[in-house]
Ligand binder design. Structure first.
Ligand SMILES: CC(C)[C@H](C(=O)O)[C@@H](O)C(=O)O
Ligand code: SF4
Length: 473
């Protein structure tokens, strides 16, 4: 009898081609997602070695980081920034030269890598999914092993469809109970990171378990797994269940007919066995989780919206210096109420929160209202052309623009400011993205990570408010 295995063990065993004596293994890769920032040198390497991609049908490419979110009809030549244009053009040229499938800039299916692949059924349960991008952890929501890789590994996977990996430890994070009103997957993951820290997942794959996790939609699970990397892990997972099955069914590239039945029979085994051993365990209760706001420059510097910036006395000794430096950068006083922070801009988007449910959540909060006069700009950037289209079909763009938001075209946008969408020195932004590092959204910018509903309510009020107490919900 085989011993009980975790979901991660099962995914690993399925695709482990060879175990090496040095403790590494060769893993077969089912899906390779490619964007313009981390692929140019990899294609260059292939060219120099006279190689071709080993299996082009396993690859999907799309430009996302550098793309403008306005005037899309102008295409690549309309990108005014030279570096951005060259990167997007180089991806386009490489896809043409190597016959790699691409959702190009003007394609309706273009968007952020981690949004488009699940949307198309390119990410399926049980797969190994890689991308030259740290947030590839997102795909773990499908009980798939999603790992971010570096540019030299992108070249390796292009050439061989395999990757050398060292098996990670199994870490379980269990959230039991029911989430309260206004508490979303984003609040869950921000809360978890605030409790365990950004290094807790180092060398681990996280499996999220518990009623509160299983009650999340697939979009919520993607938000959760997306930020596993901010907890230090390379991958995050949620077991396969009826929610996964319903989401995947009828996606353009999901198996059909008899293939579907065969696939589902296998997918239903994609969960940890009873008695499977985890190396590390954390247990949380859903009722302890309130809407969250990050106040500092690391995703662990997070508190509930009705709390304050930490007081100096409350800081853990080993973190005191970093935390005080963060307060200074953010222009905040120790003990200052989170609701007193004045905001300049609001950004709804990124691979964490730019899917249709996120946009619906924003529309619900802002319907019939208007952004505060002190807000200089509020952006909603859908994660893909298809999300944008669906939102427009539902009339959400009208609700959102009537409230004073700008409705843009898909891409990473103000998540990392590689295009024209950015913060300026000293500005505070309520952002639905995943990283609040110094200058992440523009030089000197100050990021506060929140859920879409919290960002929307902050735009209306000019400062953070407790969404769980808002009448609109
Ligand atoms: C540019 C890219 C390689 C990077 C990543 O790996 O995550 C980006 O997506 C980010 O979010 O910082
Ligand atoms: S949206 Fe942000 S986090 Fe996601 S891939 Fe783009 S830059 Fe990275």
């Amino acid at each position: 009898m085989t011993s009980p295995r975790t979901l991660y063990d099962k995914l690993w065993d399925r695709r482990c081609v060879k175990q090496n004596e040095d403790g590494t293994s060769l893993i077969y890769i089912d899906r390779h997602i490619v964007h313009e920032v981390s692929s140019a040198q990899a294609f260059e390497g292939l060219k120099a070695a006279g190689r071709k991609p080993w299996r082009t049908s396993a690859i999907i490419a799309t430009p996302d980081h550098n793309v403008p979110t306005t005037e899309r009809e102008k295409g690549i030549d309309g990108i005014t920034d030279d570096t951005s244009r060259i990167q997007v053009k180089t991806l386009d040229d490489n896809c043409n030269a190597f016959e790699v499938p691409q959702f190009a800039l003007k394609d309706k299916r273009q968007g952020i890598v981690h949004v488009i692949a699940p949307e198309q059924g390119l990410t399926l349960p049980g797969m190994t999914v890689v991308c030259g991008d740290s947030h590839t952890a997102t795909h773990g929501a499908f009980a798939a092993l999603g790992v971010g890789i570096g540019t030299s590994e992108v070249e390796h996977v292009l050439a061989t469809q395999c990757l050398i990996q060292r098996k990670a430890k199994n870490l379980r994070i269990d959230v039991s109970g029911q989430l309260g009103r206004g508490v979303t997957a984003k609040d869950v993951v921000l809360y978890i990171i605030s409790q365990i820290g950004t290094a807790a997942g180092t060398g681990c794959t996280i499996e999220f378990t518990g009623d509160a996790i299983y009650s999340l939609s697939m979009e919520g699970r993607m938000t959760l797994c997306n930020m596993a990397i901010e907890a230090g892990a390379r991958a995050g997972l949620v077991a396969y269940d009826a929610t996964t099955e319903a989401y995947v069914k009828d996606r353009p590239l999901a198996p059909k007919g008899a293939d579907w039945d065969k696939a589902v029979a296998m997918w239903r085994k994609l969960k940890s066995d009873d008695g499977a051993k985890f190396d590390i365990d954390y247990f949380f209760k859903a009722e302890d989780i309130r809407p969250q706001v990050s106040w500092g420059t690391s995703p662990e510097m997070v508190v509930a919206v009705d709390a304050t910036v930490p007081t100096v006395a409350s800081l853990p000794e080993n973190k005191s210096a970093d935390y005080q430096k963060a307060m200074q950068y953010m222009g905040l006083e120790p003990g200052q109420p989170i609701t007193s922070i004045q905001l300049d801009r609001v950004f709804v988007g990124s691979c964490t929160n730019s899917r249709i449910e996120d946009i619906r959540a924003v529309a619900e909060v802002v319907k019939g209202k208007h952004i505060a006069p002190t807000i200089k700009q509020a952006l909603v950037v859908p994660g893909s052309g298809l999300v944008k289209q669906q939102a427009e079909d539902e009339g959400l763009d009208k609700v959102i623009t009537a409230a004073g938001f700008e409705w843009r075209s898909p891409g990473c946008s103000m998540c990392l400011a590689m295009n024209a969408d950015r913060l300026y020195e000293g500005e505070h932004c309520a952002s639905t993205s995943n990283r609040n590092f110094e200058s992440r959204q523009g030089s000197g910018g100050r990021t506060h990570l929140v859920s879409p509903a919290m960002a929307a309510a902050a735009a209306i009020n000019g400062h953070f408010v407790d969404i769980s107490k808002e009448a609109a919900l």
